[in-house]
Design a protein around this ligand. Structure first.
Ligand code: CMC
Length: 426
């Protein structure tokens, strides 16, 4: 297929561009040589631009397919646990029992953070957003773990990846504990990844905390469903930061920052705030009208997706979990009624059907997180925690490329052309 060409006619010039075929998905026109002919491509928002090669995750948005290393997300979410998914994202293959046990033990043994990081938190205001704390403390990890920062050494890269996957839950829980004025809870090596996180979040030294297996399962599933998502804004940010040779902790901090926005990982928090604003089932029609009104900036948060135009396969699994958890916990919360009714109305509304806007994973994960008692401002932190493995896997893949280049987009300049400068005194 390498000899297929696309021909571009510009100003009498005929430019031949190779057409490349991926393992799955749409063919791509390789425009790398266009610059030599005096042109660049223009594609703000990367609507039709591939930025890299990757063998980690495949998405077919039109058909609602999401595969990690070839495995469908629905199977992974129901038949594997999060650490198995982490292993395959990072290493390329599902682990054998022995590899899994070794990986689990390595991650478990890296969950504690340097004691100096505890002091770090005292510099924050109590009302600091936990994403601000996560972003800062993740970046600061490079000042504590600089023994493994040779990014060209595969083993050192993997050690940094393990540290990140292991320590992010600890930092996330510390951010929460700091904000509510409770003592930090140290990680426990006898607990699984999700259980340990719940324990660090909710236990206190004064009494025992019982971890509900249903809640732990739902948490693990939320981690799995958010583990990776191909070249989204935050992963692309991590790749771009990493392309300059920055250390992995700095790159992941950049990913955390990029994820924070409401159009991306901030959607689950924004969704819950929206449900609170709607307040009751009777108000839903008014908000549906606001969402359809072109002159109103209001959008239904947790609805729509850039790549999924049919169904979000993560949402299908999360929806099941959502109903399971609500039933199991028997939670009586008016916001959950609003959410269920909003889902029903929007799925039947012509505007949402025509524009292919349906609840995405964050609509349901927000509801589950609320039901299991996670405060709203921690939702995006939990997304970041889950996505850390995706970010480090992409970073590791990119750093292992033979001819890795710094990411440096071009632009369509719209400012002044050259003009003469007059000193202010004139
Ligand atoms: N509510 C109402 N209208 C919407 C919504 C919404 N949530 N999303 C898109 N639209 C309309 C939009 O007004 C536009 O209408 P028109 O064609 O008449 O101008 C059309 O649908 C296409 O929207 P777009 O903004 O051009 O689509 P996009 O692919 O650039 O944006 C999106 C995708 C996810 C940013 C957007 O759907 C959105 O803002 N959704 C709410 C935020 C959200 O839930 N984000 C989480 C995504 S899932 C987590 C993740 O993977 O990051």
């Amino acid at each position: 297929m390498a000899d297929r060409k696309a021909t571009l006619q510009i100003d009498g010039q005929s430019i031949e561009l190779p057409v490349l075929s991926p393992a799955a998905g749409k063919d791509v026109v390789d425009v790398r040589t266009l610059g030599k002919h005096g042109y660049f491509t223009f594609d703000p928002g990367f609507l039709a631009t591939g930025s890299c090669e990757s063998a980690i995750t495949y998405i077919d948005g039109e058909n609602g397919v999401l595969l990690h290393r070839g495995y469908p997300i629905g199977e992974l979410a129901t038949k594997a646990d999060y650490l198995e998914v982490c292993y395959m994202l990072l290493h390329g293959e599902a682990p054998t029992e022995e590899q899994y046990q070794e990986f689990k033990s390595t991650i478990t043994k890296h969950t504690m953070v340097h004691q100096g990081i505890h002091n770090f938190f005292n510099g924050f205001r109590r009302d600091a957003h936990p994403m601000a704390m996560l972003c800062a403390v993740t970046g600061a990890l490079s000042s504590f773990y600089h023994d493994d920062l040779d990014i060209h050494d595969e083993n050192q890269r993997l050690r940094s990846a393990y540290r990140l996957i292991a320590k992010i839950p600890t930092i996330a829980a510390m951010a929460y504990k700091f904000s509510i004025g409770q003592p930090f809870v140290y990680p426990r090596n006898d607990l699984g990844y999700a259980e340990n996180f719940l324990n660090m979040m909710f236990s206190v030294p004064a009494e025992d905390y019982e971890i509900s297996p249903a809640v732990a399962r739902a948490m693990d599933r939320i981690f799995t469903l958010h583990a990776d998502h191909e070249q989204n804004a935050s992963t692309s940010t991590v790749r771009l930061a990493g392309s300059s040779g920055a250390n992995p902790y700095a790159c992941i901090a950049a990913g955390v920052a990029s994820l924070w926005g409401p159009a991306h990982g901030g959607a689950n928090e924004a969704c819950l705030r929206m449900l609170a604003e709607i307040g009751s089932v009777e108000n839903i029609p008014k908000y549906i009208e606001k969402a359809k009104d072109k002159n109103d900036p209001f959008r239904l948060m947790g609805f729509g997706h850039r790549v999924y135009k049919n169904t979000d396969p993560r949402a299908t699994v999360m929806r099941e979990s959502c109903h399971e958890v609500l039933k199991e916990l028997n939670r009586d919360d008016p916001l959950l009624d609003v959410a269920m009714e909003l889902e029903r109305i929007a799925l039947e509304d012509d505007y949402f059907i025509e524009k292919k806007l349906f609840p995405n994973v964050d609509f349901y994960s927000g509801i589950v997180l609320k039901a299991i008692g996670i405060p709203t401002n921690m939702f995006t932190v939990i997304f970041a925690l889950s996505r850390t493995v995706g970010w480090v896997s992409h970073w590791h893949e990119m750093m292992g490329e033979a001819n890795q280049k710094i990411g440096r987009p071009r632009q369509l300049y719209t400012g002044y052309t050259q003009r003469e400068f007059s000193p202010i005194k004139k």
